[in-house]
Design a protein around this ligand. Sequence first.
Ligand SMILES: *Cc1c(COP(=O)(O)O)cnc(C)c1O
Length: 450
Amino acid sequence: MATLRALPSVHQVLEHKDVQGLVAVHGRALVLFAVQRALDEERTNGAIADPAARVARVETIVRELRAPRLRPVINATGVVLHTNLGRAPLAAAAAEAAAAIAGRYSTLEFDPRIGRRGRRHDLVADSLRHLTGAEAAAVVNNCAAAVLLMLTALAKGKEVIVGRGELVEIGGGFRMPDVMRLSGARLVEVGTTNRTRPEDYAAAITPKTVAILKVHASNFQVVGFTESVELEALARVARQHSVLLLHDLGSGSLLDSAAYGLAAEPRIQDSLRAGTDLLACSADKLLGGPQAGLLLGRTELVDKVMKHPLARAVRIDKLTLAALSATLDLYLTQSVAELPIWNMLGASADAIAARARTWQRRLVERGIEVEVVPAESTVGGGSLPGERLPTSAVAITPRSGHAADLLRRLREHEPPVIGRIERERVLLDPRTVLPDEDDALLDAVAAAHA
Ligand SMILES: *Cc1c(COP(=O)(O)O)cnc(C)c1O
């Protein structure tokens, strides 16, 4: 490798006028790192780049390091609560509330009225109590944490009864039997996969039983099954035998999904009214807020759970609390029209079709032929399984190559546009595209279709 002797030193590269320009913008440490990396690459490849190419490579390395990996994408998949794309987009008021707290000190754990320490989870407790009818409320990092905390604090070393049909995996490795093991509670399975009767629970109760746990079958459907009746019956069994009724509700909705033409998703307030002692649910599914887990129910239980040392490990962050508080405020003032996900779920078939046709017309103006086709959107995020919402999508046939290539080019655009493939065409569903994203989406299509 005699040629490698001609490789310049890090110092020589740093002296280069254009590299000095990069140092002025990005700082010496970062550029030094990029120069070292570029030279290492040349050494590894055994090929020496010309100075201009080397400087270009240094600039690329710096740019890649500085580009935020977490950045906005346009969700044209039609999956409203897309976990990989961040579930619920926040309402403007919630995003603003988080931004207003971010760069300042705040009343996170300090009550200015009494000049003393407060509890962060109390900041949203009043709103949650008012909205749900719960006696007490607390929030933690997410629903998975809420369930783990609930079981650890209340059921460690004791038996918890769960119906066989509810031993679900929510995705991302959240499997109920594993969570149960982790909490130290002993799982007692009852019933069968498709049906478990109240008597099955009653028969399984022993002096070691502390609770019955109901888990919402949130990512699959149990046809012909009425959740609320089941909960009320379970609450009776629990009361008769002096054990707790716990509920992992998953997607915590405050609104009646049926009023939006969707299947009925059990609401938080219905679960509490049916007699649940303590429930856990997500704040970033049908609630439309930031990632958080709500714990709602009897005061004595919420207090016990939040005093457990594990609560400290899964506590909620201040930005999340600010966003959650603003989201709940929209429910308090009945301003749910400001929640993006409920606008998406409630969008009429006509309104979506009109938007798809507008996209079509604007693309035709740019010389791109697309079709508007009937399609289906889904709720996603472990909410309303099997529920399909009729929609109209723009279908793009690639000029050449496969639909997968067109889908990739859309994905590689900035901002990335995420669509899906159906019958060798790329489908873009307007339902999940935010109102101010039309121009960017059409630019991406024009660029990817070229
Ligand atoms: C989604 C879900 C969870 C997990 O909620 P995260 O907020 O993602 O932690 C737990 N249980 C059920 C039933 C769910 O649907």
